[in-house]
Design a binder for this molecule. Structure first.
Ligand code: ASP
Length: 347
């Protein structure tokens, strides 16, 4: 490092989850450890010559209890500390990490610094933990610069098991393997091996000088998700699609966007659409995309006013809807924006 140059700085934001657990000295099992002592717990981090500081949520949250208010707090913390750090690492439980990373990607506008979510399948205090590598590499990525000295990954990502994934493209695929996350429809942004290789072409570009960083914390959560399945009854479909106080419905359909072709289902969809509700079609397949022109059942959904979610994940679609609906009261504006890529969430 050149003399006089400021040390790069990374803020670790610890929300909870398995990663921050360790065996208590009294042998009472796993409990969260004090993250202000992270440098003595993971001394490898000192080798980076970075200023690493931490912010710990109180109370810590198992990520199954994540609510949009926590996303708003995360966005506020990042905003308050934006100028003081080169990047941010969010330690988060794996269960809803893809939802949180997706939501944050839409809530952070003109992001010019890395926001890297990570966690682990085994607590950092256990012998075979995956948490150390995940944390150490996430910190390296959060502080990484291009040869020109600019942030290497100015976007919200998930780093897990040697792979850096775009946050709003990622999904949790495995409940037990260290290889827990995948991004089936978008390339890996970086691969960690002996060194970390960045897939620069796949990474979002930096905002322009006239595009200041900002956050959007007004979210409208009146969204329901209806997973289509054989045997779904008209009552269930009606309750969800025509339910009170539901502004948008994500239809998780079969294959390339197909649902039930029976008139009762089409009628309910048409009724929901004619009431002005936003109907978004995403596939329940882990990979691939919706194409409502392929089959008659897809065509009838399209005719009824259902919008294609393309190759978006359900997590991505949910975060996008919350954010767009919070920002725009006009459903037609939301529907139009749903069909364009806002943060690289669809191809
Ligand atoms: N239930 C935990 C959580 O999501 C699991 C984990 O951290 O991986 O917070």
């Amino acid at each position: 490092m050149k003399q006089g140059r400021k040390k790069s700085a990374v803020l670790l934001i610890y929300t909870g989850g398995t990663i921050g657990m360790k065996e208590s000295a009294e042998g009472e099992g796993l409990s969260p450890f004090d993250f202000s002592g992270i440098l003595s717990e993971v001394p490898e981090l000192r080798r980076f010559q970075l200023r690493i500081e931490s912010y710990t949520f109180d109370p810590l949250i198992d990520s199954s209890d994540i609510v949009p208010e926590i996303w708003c707090s995360l966005a506020e913390i990042i905003k308050e500390n934006y100028d003081a750090y080169d990047g941010f690492v969010v330690l988060h439980g794996t269960d809803t990490m893809a939802y949180s990373a997706s939501a944050l990607s839409f809530m952070l506008k003109n992001l010019g610094k890395p926001v890297i979510f990570t966690g682990s399948q085994l607590p950092i205090g256990s012998l075979r933990t995956d948490g150390r590598e995940n944390l150490v590499s996430a910190v390296e990525i959060a502080s990484a610069k291009t040869p020109e000295g600019l942030p290497a990954v100015p976007e919200v990502c998930i780093y897990f098991n040697s792979q850096l994934l775009r946050g709003n493209r990622a999904t949790k695929m495995d409940a037990v393997s260290f290889d827990a996350f995948r991004s089936p429809n978008y390339p890996v942004l970086a691969q960690a091996g002996i060194s970390i290789r960045y897939n620069t072409k796949a990474i979002l570009s930096l905002p322009g000088p006239d595009e200041p960083f900002d956050i959007n914390t007004s979210l409208d959560t009146r969204v329901a998700i209806l997973k289509i399945h054989p045997g779904i009854t008209p009552q269930v479909a009606r309750n969800v699609l025509l339910g009170k106080d539901i502004r948008a419905i994500i239809l998780e359909t079969y294959g390339s966007g197909n649902a039930i072709s029976k008139p009762w289902f089409t009628q309910i969809v048409e009724e929901a659409s004619s009431q002005g509700r936003i109907l978004l079609n995403v596939t329940q397949c882990p990979a691939g995309e919706v194409n409502m022109d392929l089959y008659a059942t897809g065509k009838s959904l399209k005719k009824a006013g259902v919008i294609s979610g393309g190759d978006m994940t359900t997590e991505g679609a949910l975060g996008k809807l919350f954010s767009l609906m919070g920002k725009y009261s006009d459903n037609e504006v939301v529907k139009r924006l749903l069909q364009t890529s806002v943060r690289g969430e669809m191809s």
